[in-house]
Every structure is written in C-alpha cells, then in structure tokens.
Design a protein around this ligand. Structure first.
Ligand code: LLP
Length: 420
C-alpha cells in the first residue's frame, strides 16, 4: 500500500511489522507514543530522487528539506545517500553542523534571518544562502564585510503560481510573505550585483507543499528558466518536491514523473545546475506514530471516540490543516473492520482529533494504534502543549531498532524554568 513504509508486513501474530520489527514489541520496549521511522524507505526515496534526476537532468543536487524532520539520525542517513541539506533556521543549521554535514552542502533558507544566523552561515561557509528581501541583502553585505568572507546567494522570487493545496502551505501566491515579487526582480538583481562580497548564483522559488498537480511545477520551472537566461545565472532551485499519499486512495505523482516533467522543461537549455529540496516525499511515508488506546468513549447516537496517549502536540497537522490520516490497529491488523470511530488525542482541546470517522476492527483499551505517514512535519512541528513530553523516535531496519531521539522527561520540561 502506498501509505505504508516499503517494509511493512503483517506477521503471523497479526501484528504490523516495519523494518522487520514487530510494532507490539517496539511499543513494549520504548513505550508510546512513539515515532517509528523505516530506514529502508528513507534510503529508497533518496535513491529514487538521485537516480531519476540522473536520468532526466544529470546536473542536479538534491537537498533534503530538514524542516520536514530534523533529527541527527535522519540527517546522517540522507547525507550518507549523497543528498545536500536545506536548513531554514539557525537551529536546523546547528543540528546539521553537529551531525557532521559538510557546510558547502548546506542551503540556508528563511524569509527573515537574523544577523546572528547570517553570521553563522557566512562563518561556516554554507554552500548557498537564499535571500528574500533587500534588507537581508544589506544585512548579508555587512556580515560578509565584517567577516571578510564571500557568500554565494540565490534570490528567492515569488512566482505568483497557484498550487492546489491547503491555504497555509501555499507559498507561491502573489499575496505571500515569501520571495521577491516578479516586478522587483530586476532591481533586486542589480542590488545584489552591486555588493562586493556577494555573488548571485541563481534563482529559487517554492510553490507550496503536498501538491499532486504537476502543472504548477512545469510553470515554475519555465519561469526560473526564463530568469536564468535573462540574467545569465548558473543555478536553478525549484524548492520542495511533490506530495505523498496519506490515504491509499491518494494519487500523487511519483518521484520519477516529477523528475521527468521538470527535466523536460530544463534539459539542453542553459546548462544551469538544478537543485531541489524535497522533504515530505523523502520521510513522510517512512514514518508511523504508535499510540496506546487508553479508553473508548461511546457518545450514543453521535460517535465513538477512541482516546489515545498522544495527539495534537505530537502531530498538529490535523488541527492546523484539517489533514486526513489513515490508521491501523497494530496488534490486530487483519481483523475485520467493524465500526466507524474517531481517534481523539489526550490534549485539552476539542479539536484534538487525529483521525475522524475511520472504520477499524473492534478496539479496546490497551490496543496499539499506528497512525500512518507521520514521518514529515509531525515531530518537527511538535510542541509540549499541556507540558506533555515529546515522544521518542526509533529507526527500524533489518529486524533491529535504534533509538534516535530520546523520550523527553519531566526534567527536560522544566530545564529552563527558574524556580523562585
Ligand atoms: N523548500 C522550501 C523553501 C520550503 O519552504 C519547503 C517547505 C520545502 C523545500 C520542502 O517542501 P516539501 O518537499 O516537504 O513539500 N507544515 C506543512 C508543510 C510546510 C512546508 C513548508 N515548506 C505541513 O505539515 O503540511
């Protein structure tokens, strides 16, 4: 199934298994909620990107957008597969540097970077810095002069392209806080070129996330191609990748199709290097979140709630974007689905619903629920709402589990409290 990790299986005990590891055993060992990441799926998506672009546009770099999942254990895998890294804050950049990523392979984003963040990027020698406003260009100029070091930048433009996705994750509309509007590109290019220690390498755009339609990507590639010709630049950065199937009925374009449509627009035109920054399509399907059912509450003639030990703090996507997820009862996967239930979280908000109206097997307290496709933008957007510690994360592969993020403790939660 498209919305399960590649290695998912149902074993003889009727349990869900990922990476050769029984999820029931995993929950016993590490507790719940638990983020489970399948290493083989992450590696296979990285390879698919590299192989597809080698085929359709060989002069390209793939950078993992670590805003989708920033954890040293994951950064290690993707960079090991030959990917670069897209970071969008000093914190992500720090994690990348501490994980041993070559600074030249780091692309630094952010629509309002602080002076300290710019200093960090220039000092460490990050490969590319994406600039978004003239104020930022001025700030970067001051930083390069102060440090006596050069910076290679890409100008983020606002492509004004409509992509069909949730309003909050569209980024390329005219009315957007991201990128330089099209009618100001000329002035911005002149301004960058007037700075002593900054070189303009090319143009960058990002049209949004969780996009299934391929046409906006074609339009975006055409626009960046035109700018590359007009200004004689040498690099094109198309931003994030295509969407993924959260439900088995979803039909996103696969990575190879995406590479083909983009490659067909750009190939044999300028010789510019292409860069892409997929996040969700690398880690999204690789992850599931395991929860323990604490109680089942039947509201007669209304709905049956299945209450689990996590929710909006470990996965805010349903409450933020009305995101829809699929789930399996991991300790009885193949039992017959008997009734529609709604999976509610443990947090103090009525909107803390993980999955609405899903048909599942008979379910009771103590059962183990696996919510699918939570590898992207769950942990990275998690919070400590209600002062609940964040879950642990394990990587599974070839029958073994490796802890890559420790479960937070109550002491972690009060670490910054000043007790008067
Ligand atoms: N590059 C840039 C400049 C971006 O802003 C993003 C995502 C990406 C790359 C990666 O895009 P992807 O391949 O993952 O679609 N929190 C939202 C998603 C926000 C995406 C923001 N930018 C969600 O949970 O759906």
């Amino acid at each position: 199934m498209r919305n399960l990790p590649d290695t998912a299986k149902i074993n003889k005990q009727n349990h869900l298994e990922i990476g050769g590891v029984d999820l029931v055993d995993l929950a016993k060992e590490y507790g719940t909620p638990l983020f489970v990441m399948d290493e083989a799926t992450i590696r296979s998506r990285c390879r698919k990107y590299i192989d597809s672009f080698r085929k359709y546009y060989p002069n390209s770099d793939i950078a993992f957008a670590c805003k989708a999942l920033c954890a040293a254990g994951v950064i290690k895998i993707v960079t090991d597969e030959g990917l670069c890294l897209d970071v969008s804050s000093g914190g992500e950049a720090y994690t990348a540097l501490k994980s041993g990523v070559d600074p030249k392979k780091i692309y630094f984003h952010g629509n309002n970077k602080s002076i300290d963040e710019l200093k960090m990027a220039v000092e460490a020698g990050f490969g590319r810095i994406m600039v978004d406003t003239s104020q930022e260009i001025k700030n970067l100029d001051a930083v390069t002069r102060e440090l006596g070091r050069r910076a290679e930048v890409m100008l983020r433009i606002n492509p004004g392209i409509e992509a069909h996705t949730h309003e909050y994750i569209k980024t390329g509309l005219i009315d957007s806080k991201f990128g330089v509007p099209r009618n100001e590109i000329d002035e911005a290019v002149r301004f960058i070129r007037a700075q002593k220690l900054i070189s303009l390498v090319g143009f960058h755009a990002h049209i949004g996330s969780q996009i299934f339609d391929t046409k906006p990507f074609v339009d975006e590639a055409k626009l960046l191609l035109e700018l590359t010709k007009r200004y004689g630049t040498k690099e094109i950065n198309l931003g994030g990748g295509p969407g993924i199937a959260y439900l088995s009925s979803d039909e996103p374009p696969d990575i190879e199709t995406y590479a083909k449509i983009v490659g067909d627009v750009l190939r044999d035109k300028t010789g510019a290097k292409l860069a892409l920054e997929p996040g969700r399509s690398i880690v999204g399907t690789a992850g599931v979140t395991l929860y323990t059912v604490g109680a089942v509450k039947d509201v007669p003639d209304v709905r049956k709630y299945v209450l689990v030990d996590g929710g909006m703090a470990d996965n805010p996507r349903p409450i933020l974007y009305k995101a829809v997820y699929d789930a399996k009862v991991a300790n009885k996967v193949n039992d017959k689905p008997v009734e529609k239930v709604t999976i509610g979280g443990r947090f103090c908000e009525s909107g803390d619903i993980l999955v609405r109206d899903i048909k599942l097997p008979e379910i009771e307290a103590g059962d183990l629920l696996a919510v699918l496709c939570t590898g992207a933008y769950s942990y990275s957007m998690s919070s400590n709402y209600n002062r609940v510690p964040r879950p642990a994360m394990v990587l599974v592969n070839n029958g073994a589990a490796t802890l890559i993020l420790k479960r937070e403790t109550y002491d972690d939660l009060i670490r910054n409290d000043i007790i008067l």
